[in-house]
Design a protein around this ligand. Sequence first.
Ligand SMILES: [Mg+2]
Length: 270
Amino acid sequence: MARLSPLLESYDQVILDLDGCVWLGAEPVEGSPEAVAALREAGKRVAFATNNSWHPGEDHVTSLWRMGIKASLGDVVTVGGAMQHLLAETRSGRTAYVIGTAALRRHVAEAGLKLMNDTDLASRAEVVVTGGTDQLHYDDLRTAALAVYHGADFLATSRDPALPTPEGPWPGTGAILAAVETAAGRRAQIVGKPEPQLFFTALDRLGEGRTLVVGDRLDSDVAAAAAAGLDAALVHSGVGAGEISGEAGDDGRPVPVAEAANLSELVLGP
Ligand SMILES: [Mg+2]
């Protein structure tokens, strides 16, 4: 059985960022399947967390298995799942208008809200939820802006500005959200990183225990962990790891408890 590093021995459970930490695109980060297996062998509980609301959790489970990492649906916390958790606890029974994928609409419906999309009353919905999508029409932005203008609770999965692709940035959730916010003159409550809700939902799944968050971004993973009152470790395996915005500790930036080249080095040692 692989020995864990002293750092990981001191935690009961870990929340792992997916993109840039467990995998990069369609490939696992080198050593991450072995690191996850070692954590589980040592009795540590593992959850996977992602700001991605485009794909349902089932897709992430499939990707993990394809890379040799065992996972069940309950192990994967997407920002859509975190939105569902928050809405179910605070806004069940209300009407909602959703900009986003079918996966996000399903999460909102499963939280007990009544979807007003495709009805004449959509612009009077009590809750507006905005997420990323590549299926967007001006009518969607108009309907959401009107509902927010009329006083709807306004939530969004993230402010992530772009989807990095090989050809460059594609407009992300934050770009779509900016259109609604600009028109309506109000700012949305964010559920994804760097806000803490994604990790609160992960803790709800994992249960009590000393928890370490592992991610590849200071301004997202480490900041969200700090907001949730959790320790975080930074790995330098993400895209653009060399250009992470600023140094830890500068300007009140959150400070990770450890840094490593990748998840394997963090968990198993160099
Ligand atoms: Mg990441």
